[in-house]
Design a protein around this ligand. Sequence first.
Ligand code: LLP
Length: 441
Amino acid sequence: MNERATLKAAENGHLMIGGCDATELARQFGTPLYVFDEAYIRSMMRTYKNTIDNFYGGNGKVLYASKAFSCEAVYRIAQQEKIGCDAVSGGELYTALKAGFNPENIYVHGNNKLFCELEEAVEADVGGIVLDSISEAQALDGICRDRKKVQNVLIRINPGIEAHTHAFVQTARTDSKFGFSISDGSALEIIKGVLALKNISLKGFHCHIGSQIFEKQSFVLAAEKMMNFIKHVKDETGFVADTLNMGGGFGIYYTDDDPKLREEDYAAYLMALIGSIKSKSEELNLPEPYLLIEPGRSIVGESGITLYTVGTIKDIPGIKKYVAVDGGMFEAPRYALYQSKYCAARADDVNAPCTQIVSIAGKCCESGDLVAADVKLPEVRKGDILAVFSTGAYHYSMASNYNRNFVPAAVLVSDGKADIIVKRQNYEDIVRNDVIPERLK
Ligand code: LLP
């Protein structure tokens, strides 16, 4: 087994997570099952918060990027850890508010927010809205005017950094659908437009260069570019940004292709970013901006595993071996989308030597429906419980009902206790919104 912060092998070889035996969790809650280690989530939230407190005088806030994993319990944890969150849809905002999240600590994102989502955000009194177009700024201004409110906003800027990650998760390339490009002058134009609006108050800028990034230099470079940009805007318009949101993007360990980072390594990423903001502030004679960061994957990704029951095993001699499980792309879509890599183990014997390389196949009617390809495993038999690691981010949150499969349950484990935080769907849930028109009856 790969040695991981959140996982341990019990004396009998069983996989332990958060003090719970994974085979027991599978038996108790059924499979597929998302399992989240609460201590891991809290420790990552604290790592980022403490770094801002200790190395930036508390002049900033961590916003958990809820798109990585959104449900009421995770917002509760974030609030208890005294961090904020972002929300990229009415649904995420609704969930956070329903969980009792302080709206002041919520920032709303989206490249095409719906009018009703803007209204909901204003009515909830969220801390900030990150603007992505001038038409959105105008719509928001009207919404605020009607309600006699002034909404704090940031503008999403595209610094044009090409971070080394999968093309679909790069967000700050010049051809991105997100943000206003520094290089073509469109950013300056929207800033002037926004400054002219009376019912929204521009606080600063936001950028996010991509996800699953390990190069410190990418974050440092983005921070430098944003600080230069703040200076440029000051010179051109007189507006001095007092908030800088640097987005998320810190990478996590999936397989041995990725570095294994510890809390102190993540702190070092953030310290490098802070260092670059500080030195740029001094060099350009700018006030140090209030810093926001939006880590998602690195907070929940490695906290999570998915448990499966092995079903059919198909060996195509000399070609390939499929180990099919009771999940698939409906609950683990990242292989189908990005050919993402994962490690797995047998939950009843994590130390069993790996003797084969298999593809873990899903149960959907689609050839590309793999949970993971080329995974090293020991011998497995029908009925064994498999654990796939690092599934805490962008699994549950990207799940669907493809083939009318159920979105699995999620449990939160802590000190040997396991609690359901998302219930497994059932057949009733699957047909809940179906309607048979009169003429088909
Ligand atoms: N802030 C903004 C504006 C973002 O767009 C994202 C991620 C984040 C923060 C959080 O980034 P993180 O710390 O999680 O890297 N579905 C893809 C990832 C998409 C990320 C989208 N934006 C995947 O499964 O890899």
